[in-house]
Ligand binder design. Structure first.
Ligand SMILES: Nc1ccn([C@@H]2O[C@H](COP(=O)(O)OP(=O)(O)OP(=O)(O)O)[C@@H](O)[C@H]2O)c(=O)n1
Ligand SMILES: C/C(=C\CO)CCC[C@H](C)CCC[C@H](C)CCCC(C)C
Length: 308
């Protein structure tokens, strides 16, 4: 037989209210104690609650331990990804300093790899609702880093050399800054729960990044309405934006974050990639940076496609 007793240490005497055999739907308060009596006692179910004791949520030890484990996992994951971000830039800084890599290529490879590796790292964060905020700390710290260096409050030749076109620190306050802000936006708003953020980052990082590399190398035939962009670059944007998006969606689907109808998904991603490619080819870079226009238009297209 089991009886429920609830008491608060400050009230030594137990108050024995009239008991009832009406089944109560109650929450066990932290002061509720489950006591099993030996069988001979009368079969009585008593619910005692200390007078004036407001109902308090019940926190089981295992729930607290799980929360602490999640916190520890997210803190560790944040430190690991932060170290990865620092190491990536250091690596490309090293390659450009030793003239093993052109500055423009270094910038684009950092552009391609940073966001995609950041997205690939999201599953190492916990399932807690706070995980996305921990993950967002990584682009946030890099945002502050870009601001400090872009405003020349702090100087770091390596960062400037590996992430700017001409080596002017002020360049950090445009493309790279918009880039990390988009990473923060996608991590906070879409996270691992929606294909919208995944596709948008794949377009910005993979599509736009490869378009630059292929366009500079093979872009002799320019687009009629934009002499700064080429068919080779735009076709690369479409293809790699599409392929990297599908690859990332498969990665998250394989890990169980979302289930997709792949025939429909391929069609939707192809449409999103086409829209992003058209926007990227427009002569609007002077007004609106590609690191803003490409992800935002991809978000809108993906949101509409995946919600229909
Ligand atoms: N569809 C495209 C995109 C890029 N390019 C080539 O890549 C260069 C840089 O492309 P762009 O996307 O404008 O790079 P930025 O956004 O200026 O560079 P970043 O993203 O590093 O700021 C262009 O001048 C062009 O030679 C191209 O030929 N066709
Ligand atoms: C050159 C860039 C954009 C211009 O189009 C990219 C700038 C990247 C930042 C300097 C660094 C961003 C790091 C990411 C937030 C986290 C990467 C983590 C990963 C594990 C390497």
């Amino acid at each position: 037989m089991t009886s429920l007793l609830s008491f608060t240490p400050s009230t030594p005497s137990l108050h024995l209210p009239t008991f009832s055999n009406v089944r109560h739907h109650h929450r066990l308060s932290p002061t509720t104690l489950l006591i099993s009596y030996p069988h001979p006692l009368p079969r009585v179910q008593i619910l005692y609650r200390a007078p004036h004791a407001p109902p308090r949520p019940s926190f089981s030890a295992s729930a607290l331990r799980a929360a602490a484990d999640g916190l520890l996992q997210d803190a560790g994951a944040t430190a690991f990804v932060l170290a990865g971000a620092y190491g990536l830039v250091l690596c490309f800084d090293n390659l450009t300093q030793r003239n093993l890599l052109q500055q423009s290529l270094s910038r684009k490879l950092v552009h391609i790899l940073s966001g995609l590796l950041f997205m690939l790292s999201w599953p190492i964060f916990s399932t807690s609702t706070a995980a996305r905020y921990f993950a967002s700390v990584v682009p946030l710290v890099n945002c502050l880093r870009l601001l400090l260096h872009g405003l020349s409050i702090v100087t770091n030749e390596g960062l400037v050399k590996s992430v700017t076109r001409e080596g002017n620190p002020k360049e950090l306050l445009r493309g790279p800054l918009y880039y990390v802000l988009i990473l923060i936006l996608c991590a906070l708003v879409f996270w691992r729960e929606s294909p919208v953020g995944v596709v948008s980052l794949a377009m910005m990082c993979g599509g736009d990044g490869v378009a630059d590399i292929m366009g500079r190398k093979f872009g002799s035939i320019k687009i009629p309405y934009n002499q700064k962009k080429s068919w080779a670059g735009s076709i690369s944007m479409f293809l790699f934006g599409f392929l990297i998006s599908i690859g990332m969606l498969y990665y998250y689907s394989f890990l169980g974050y979302f289930q997709l109808n792949w025939v429909e998904t391929v069609e939707k991603v192809a449409l999103i990639s086409l829209v992003a490619t058209i926007v990227e080819s427009l002569p609007i870079t002077e007004v609106l940076d590609d690191n803003i226009s490409v992800p935002l238009v991809s978000m809108a297209a993906a949101y509409l496609s995946f919600s229909l």
